[in-house]
Design a protein around this ligand. Sequence first.
Ligand code: ADP
Length: 407
Amino acid sequence: MSDKILAVNAGSSSLKFKMFLMPEEEELFSGAADRIGGPGAGEFSYKPTGGEKVKLELDMPDHSVAVDKLLEVLVSSGAIASLDEIKAVGHRVVQGGEYFKESVPATEAHIAVVEQLAPLAPLHNPANILGVRSFQKALPEASQSLIFDTVFHQTMPEINYIFPIDRKYYTENKVRRYGAHGTSHDYVSGESARLLGKDRNSSNVIVAHLGNGASITEIVDGKSVDTSMGFTPTGGLVMGTRSGDMDPTVVTYLQKVENADGDKLSDIVTKKSGLLALSGFSNDMRDVEEAANDANHEHHAESRVAWDLFVKKVANFITLYAADIIAQGKKVDAIAFTAGIGENSTTVRKAVIDRLACLGVKINNQANETRGTVDITGEGSTSKVYVIPTEEELMISRDAYKILKNS
Ligand code: ADP
């Protein structure tokens, strides 16, 4: 028998959702609520698969109003006949710390641990719990489960997660590399293995998840062994508004220059840095790319630097991870691009691959212009190069379905 499963991603002011028919993995419904908690009306949009997208203005003082609206439109659009058709809800949780090594049912004990981990993800974990609470109230009979961004990276060896600072900060304060985008890296590396025609447990893949948030992961024998994001998603690459890695004393110096407390410093490096800061006008790669290519654009020169630095950092991490795979006597089977920039920017992909000449990786320029899941490997390339649209919500649904069946 098939079951309808909701995959939910609750942010501090948003709620994204998709419904799947499982185990067929057929997407039935998707949408999002934005600007929950006001001020003013928020936007609620949804789209039954094969149907028209509907956009509504809606006052949403809290998440439960968005959840109630979602359940209402699921019925009114005919996606479900009654609420008891939704057998399970899978909730994305950003930070699972070292505690969670797999997806789990949303028991009170597990929710309490997610709450305890909130200092490690102050913007995300409390919002994720709000989502769980709203759905528990609205669908008391459905199975609720927690799917963590960090779980996939829990296989990293200590050498790749420990920071070279006093060990007590790790043992007492849990400061270490956790990484993020785990469900995406898991999905894309699994799909890469499928395209390679190899068992995923014996395939070595480097996944470049390049969205507004961006991270690269080294996957050896199917397991994450290193990833570019760090203690929080602010580490690693240059991102839309996040700085990525830089000399840590930049931050302590800025504290003096700006007379800033921790919150303000965090705001600078997470919301006001990256492409936005470098280009001087936008965190959106499409804008930056356009300005970089338009000599008359008022932010042309800065955008050129932003674009070039983004590409260079991506290529640097891929090179680093490829060298690590080769040092283990293994071969880089594939490099896979995903997420907004990875799936859509043919120019970023080409520039990155062109910088990997030292590894013998080559791109097929014609295939690179194609959309969707595509093999863009150039002739004579040492590794396969793929574009694979990510499916984070599908991964959430798979785990939620598995937990439902085991309950
Ligand atoms: P997130 O989920 O982290 O918010 P996405 O994966 O949706 O981000 O990616 C958003 C990014 O993808 C934006 O920087 C956007 O400009 C970029 N993007 C989308 N389409 C294109 C394109 N055709 N060319 C370049 N960048 C693109």
